[in-house]
Design a binder for this molecule. Sequence first.
Ligand SMILES: [Zn+2]
Ligand SMILES: [Zn+2]
Length: 144
Amino acid sequence: MISGLPRSAKYGIIIGIGIPGLLFLLGITSYVFSSVRKYHRRRHERVGTSSGVLRVTIAPPSPFVMGLNRPTIESYPKTMLGASRRLPKASDNTCPICLCEYEAEETLRTIPECNHYFHVNCIDEWLKVNGTCPLCRNCPEGSA
Ligand SMILES: [Zn+2]
Ligand SMILES: [Zn+2]
């Protein structure tokens, strides 16, 4: 007969099987709940909590940048404007990029292929993205 077991042994069995089973059930339910919650959260804000779901993708500037790299841009000749604001090669005295007139003692950069002048800051930003002269777009020399 099973009832031959002492009362304490029965309690032992209940505790030994019941409590781990209960914990196991709790674990499963909380796991299911948290994954459901995570799923919803991911749908809403794409930023998870515990595991490595924190994958906020910062878009790279642009995968297909056709611009020039820094050393190439730096290799283009710079011209420091004197107080007379006279360009070495007489041409427009406005920057074609920002449409501002060149001020005295500003630094300009020349594109060697076409001898066009721009503000250093303007043309640097431009060349980083484009790589061609904004005025003539890589025109061969002398067509301007
Ligand atoms: Zn400019
Ligand atoms: Zn040009």
